[in-house]
Design a binder for this molecule. Structure first.
Ligand SMILES: [Fe+2]
Length: 397
């Protein structure tokens, strides 16, 4: 049982009224208490998610699938541009990235507790709330007093995966986003769209929405498969607010998305990369791109998609049974792949869940890929050359 602990009076200083702010405070206080506790309130088992449990999924899917997609939300909204400020670059800022995490299992609780024990400044979910991103599922994973989402000290943000859209995105936009946001000074600014930019004077972490366009109407998607393209509102935002082609702005770029621009295992979705390429104009430079969707942890060699040089990382091993099968094609393109077997579930080998821990300090970005036992499986160091805007890899272990 979690030890009981009173809140500090300090926590009530500057209490605002926004939903995001109150969630940030509540969740931080809870996680102080539960950081060392496994399985806070897991409602599911990992075996619920094995591929042959198809009836469970089909039931949820069909129940939620019909109806209209939630209206698309986008920036700017009033004077809110969707660009959030991180602390200045000289201080170390930590961001925990979790993807495909929201399964409400002992594993996701454990990952939540491990992340919370490191007290991240920000935590970001890269999408997929299981099974269908329904209000109750959002509640159980992110909002309920027993939810194990590890809220960052300065805030949390979320991207949509395909699963949120199986219920038309209603709970993602209406239930989850109002609890997400970033502290800036005395205020917490809510996340009001499925995309965002979090930046300081050295780096820009740009969350891309590929979830909304990853799902079409049932049956229509058979004829016209969804391509995860960036919708025109998001394209306008990228062009008019971020100005990625500005040669004076040489900050490092880290894209986040749910869907992979490429994969050595399954289908990739190159369309967003093709769209993004245009925004760089003549100031084309390598970017880091971290995604989920596939339930595994993989680092790829630099690859160009439509001319955009991408340092790609897949971290979809947040909370689902982790796949450890061999790549279907292209073994050569992989730098690291955590293929260790952790357990067998119904005779299927399942790997280690985990998350990515990003530490930004000045020009340096260090990334640790940690597993469910908090072991650093891989770490790497990136540097942005502020004179040229070129991203280089310093070292990896
Ligand atoms: Fe997904």
């Amino acid at each position: 049982m979690p030890k009981t602990q009173k809140r500090d009076l300090e926590e009530y200083v500057n209490v605002g009224h926004s939903e995001a702010e109150n969630h940030l405070r509540t969740q931080n206080a809870q996680l102080e208490q539960t950081a060392d506790v496994e399985s806070a309130d897991a409602a599911r088992k990992l075996t619920d998610f094995l591929w042959f449990n198809v009836f469970g999924f089909a039931y949820h899917y069909l129940k939620s699938r019909f109806g209209r997609r939630h209206k698309y939300q986008f920036y700017p909204r009033g004077d809110d541009t969707g660009i959030f400020k991180m602390p200045i670059g000289t201080t170390t800022t930590n961001i925990a990235l979790l993807s495909d995490w929201a399964s409400d299992t002992p594993e996701s609780d454990r990952i939540g507790a491990v992340v919370a024990s490191h007290k991240p400044d920000y935590s970001i979910h890269l999408g997929d709330i299981y099974f269908v991103g329904a209000p109750s599922e959002v509640h159980d994973n992110f909002i309920s007093p027993k939810a194990s989402w590890p809220r960052g000290k300065l805030g949390s943000l979320a991207l949509s995966g395909n699963h949120e859209m199986y219920s038309n995105g209603d709970a993602f936009f209406k239930v989850l986003l109002p609890t997400m946001g970033v502290r800036e000074g005395d205020n917490v600014r809510e996340q009001k769209a499925g995309f965002f930019c979090l930046e300081n004077e050295y780096w820009r972490v740009i969350g891309l929405d590929t979830g909304y366009t990853s799902v079409e109407r049932p049956f229509v998607e058979i004829i016209s498969p969804p391509d995860c393209h960036l919708r025109r509102e998001q394209v306008r935002w990228l062009r008019q607010q971020l100005h990625l082609d500005n040669p004076e702005d040489r900050r490092g770029i880290v894209f986040l998305s749910h869907h992979p621009p490429f994969s050595a295992f399954r289908k990739g979705y190159p369309k967003p990369a093709r769209q993004l390429r245009q925004f760089f104009g003549n100031f084309l430079r390598p970017v880091l791109w971290i995604w989920g969707h596939e339930h595994r942890m993989v680092g790829y060699k630099r690859r160009e998609v439509a001319g955009l040089p991408i340092e790609g990382r897949c971290i979809g091993h947040g909370g689902m049974p982790v796949e450890i099968d061999n790549p279907r094609v292209d073994n050569e393109s992989i730098i690291f792949y955590d293929q260790r077997e952790r357990i067998k579930l119904r005779r299927i080998g399942v790997g280690y869940n985990g998350f990515a821990w990003l530490s930004f300090q000045n020009e340096i970005l260090e990334i640790e890929y940690r597993d469910i036992e908090d072991k650093v499986v891989v770490s790497e160091k990136w540097k942005i050359e502020m004179a040229s805007g070129i991203l280089t890899k310093e070292e990896a272990t």
